[in-house]
Write a protein that binds this ligand. Structure first.
Ligand SMILES: Cc1cc2nc3c(=O)[nH]c(=O)nc-3n(C[C@H](O)[C@H](O)[C@H](O)COP(=O)(O)OP(=O)(O)OC[C@H]3O[C@@H](n4cnc5c(N)ncnc54)[C@H](O)[C@@H]3O)c2cc1C
Length: 575
């Protein structure tokens, strides 16, 4: 059957335009989100920007195009509207003198997520991204108010699904869950249209995407249609990735944007080093998958890993770290022919830096279960965020693992699933899980603990339908209809990209540092330095580290002193 299929990059027309409700009325914490600046405050800001004037109808910024920084309105009005790739245009808010226009992405000149048009003649103070960062640091009180507003604005955009792509596909399909989870983990808005409940979405699916393998369609603000794109393809289309800056040589490149990498970035950038940070998937690393971290200092009621990492991500940007996500380090060249290390990245891009911090943490372990790969992303999950929790409502689920991460996930998912069967190889939890979590699990009536048991088989056609498990005591098999299986069975160090560059790893593949390296090298080595001078390792990837958020963050702070030492020495002329 002939179907009118759009080519990559083809645009969906304005014909599908449909207005949504204005958002301004629904802004919570309006005063903090849109604070007015006093004339005195604006006077203090003048040294950071230049005057820019606009005529009626001129665009100050445009959805999907790189922004210019922050505009402080000196006179006139600007209309902010939201626009998606389906042609829907909705008023958001009108801003007048004393207001400022920007959201958190403008700290690093990322794409705008809304449109801004001059209404009549407009005069602004335009503060470009690097000067905006300088302002936030130099003007502490004012900077705090502005930073809070920038963050709240992004939160509002995420909650309203404004400025990001429209995903069109069944809400429980693999592709939708994958892309929603990727965008959510990266603090990027998106709006889902499910053909089961939305008439327009049903029509668009029929018109543009005849096969389930093409789901979801992702429509960017400029109208570009992507069919079931990979994360990197989508991120590039949305302008999310800031690429390596040409021939620039950074003081330090940090591989991994988990707690250890983020802490290194915040401390190094705030102390004046030029910093690049990259991550294959999202900021937050394993901690980003934690529903509630209760043992991190200063958060007596707990904090989700995503919230903690989101704050650190914004903080690193405030101090000027260049963050590239999604972007993988493929290999490291330690020959330093011209004095700099060279990282090979996705797409054969490269990035050079005078020092390297290995913060690539650990990857979820995949147990030996037949057919496991067939069901990954189709009912088998390695983390439990609200996106996956939504799929479990009113269903029984199976969760494998006996450590703290498994315990946290079980407690979190028990609030959504009908029953959580927790399968544990060993005979108890005491040796592997914190006491507070054991008590909470025991007090949760819909968590069933199944000790001395292991999962042995998975069945299903399109997705997971049945899970089989075996008692290690009796050898007896049982099974149940299960559509979601969560695996929390530990993690292996992510060090493959270091192969061949001479960095010593221990028998488990963890990177050896400090005194452990000294034995091999016969010279004193700073605590967090590896066997290759100038290459440091922090967090879970490091041999002997404590595998906790607090430990990873502490090491990120500590390594900066060693970086200063190394970079200072490297700068001295050889005698
Ligand atoms: C579900 C869960 C719950 C947890 N709960 C707690 C808790 O309550 N309290 C606690 O203290 N600890 C907890 N932990 C442990 C804690 O999250 C980790 O100790 C911590 O995240 C380690 O931080 P890290 O930065 O060293 O590594 P990771 O968090 O593993 O981050 C490493 C990052 O590097 C990236 N990366 C890997 N290879 C590459 C490459 N080649 N190129 C680019 N990027 C790469 C990864 O994508 C990842 O984002 C939990 C862990 C899990 C999984």
């Amino acid at each position: 059957m002939g179907v009118d299929f759009p080519e990559k990059g083809q645009e969906i027309g304005e014909g599908q335009a449909r207005m949504r409700a204005p958002l301004a009325s629904s802004f919570p914490r309006h005063e903090q989100t849109f604070p007015a600046l006093t004339p005195q405050e604006i006077a203090r800001m003048r040294r950071f920007g230049t005057i820019a004037r606009y005529k009626d109808g001129d665009k100050l910024f445009e959805t999907g195009k790189p922004g210019h920084g922050m505009f402080v309105l000196l006179s006139g009005h600007v209309a902010i509207t939201q626009r998606d790739g389906l042609g829907h245009v909705t008023p958001v808010i009108d801003q007048g003198p004393g207001q400022f226009l920007a959201e958190i992405g403008q700290l690093s000149g990322r794409v705008a997520l809304v449109d801004g048009h001059a209404e009549g003649d407009v005069e602004t103070l335009l503060i470009p991204p690097e000067r905006l960062r300088a302002l936030l640091v130099a003007e502490a009180d004012l900077g705090e108010r502005i930073m809070r507003a920038l963050i709240l604005r992004r939160v509002n955009l995420i909650q309203g699904g404004v400025g990001g792509p429209v995903l069109i596909g069944p809400s429980n399909s693999t592709g939708v869950v994958r892309l929603q989870s990727f965008l959510t983990r990266n603090g990027f808005p998106c709006h889902l249209l499910d053909p089961a409940t939305d008439h327009d979405a049903a029509e668009l699916i029929v018109r543009y995407s005849p096969s389930p393998s093409d789901w979801p369609l992702a429509v960017t603000a400029s109208g570009t249609v992507l069919r079931n794109p990979g994360e990197t393809e989508l991120a590039r289309a949305l302008g999310m990735i800031g690429g390596p800056a040409g021939n620039r040589i950074y003081d330090v490149a940090i591989v991994g944007c988990g707690p250890a990498g983020l802490a290194t970035a915040v401390y190094a950038a705030s102390e004046g080093l030029s910093v690049a940070v990259l991550d294959t998937r999202a900021y937050g690393g394993q901690a980003g998958a934690s529903a509630r971290i209760e043992n991190y200092l200063g958060f007596p009621t707990g904090i989700s890993g995503q919230a903690l990492a989101g704050r650190a991500f914004n903080q690193a940007q405030k101090f000027g770290a260049d963050i590239m996500i999604p972007m993988s380090a493929k290999s490291l060249d330690c020959t330093r022919a011209d004095g700099a290390f060279a990282l090979t990245l996705d797409g054969d891009d490269s990035l050079r830096a005078r020092a390297i911090v290995v913060a690539s943490g650990a990857r979820y372990r995949r147990p030996e279960i037949e057919n496991l790969d067939k069901f990954e992303g189709r009912g088998v999950w390695y983390w439990a965020s609200p996106v996956e929790a939504r799929l479990c409502v009113e269903h029984d689920i199976v969760l494998v693992g006996g450590g703290n991460s498994a315990g946290q996930a079980a407690v979190f998912l028990s609030g959504h699933a009908r029953k959580v069967r927790m399968i544990i190889r060993g005979g108890g939890l005491g040796a592997s899980m914190s006491r507070y979590l054991i008590e909470r699990i025991e007090a949760t009536p819909n968590i069933d603990l199944m000790f001395n048991t292991e999962v042995v088989g998975l069945e299903g056609e399109q997705g997971l339908e049945r899970v089989r498990w075996r008692s290690r005591l009796s050898g007896e098999d049982s099974s149940a209809e299960i559509r979601n299986l969560f695996l929390f069975v530990g993690a292996d160090p992510a060090t493959g990209w270091l192969d061949g560059c001479g960095v010593t790893v221990d028998r488990g593949g963890f990177v050896v540092t400090g005194a452990q390296s000294e034995q091999n090298l016969g010279r004193p080595v700073p605590t967090l330095e590896t066997s290759v001078p100038g290459v440091f390792a922090v967090g879970d990837v490091r041999s002997g580290s404590v595998k906790r958020v607090g430990g990873a963050i502490g090491e990120g702070a500590q390594v900066v002193a060693a970086l200063h030492g190394f970079l200072g020495d490297a700068a001295k002329p050889a005698l």
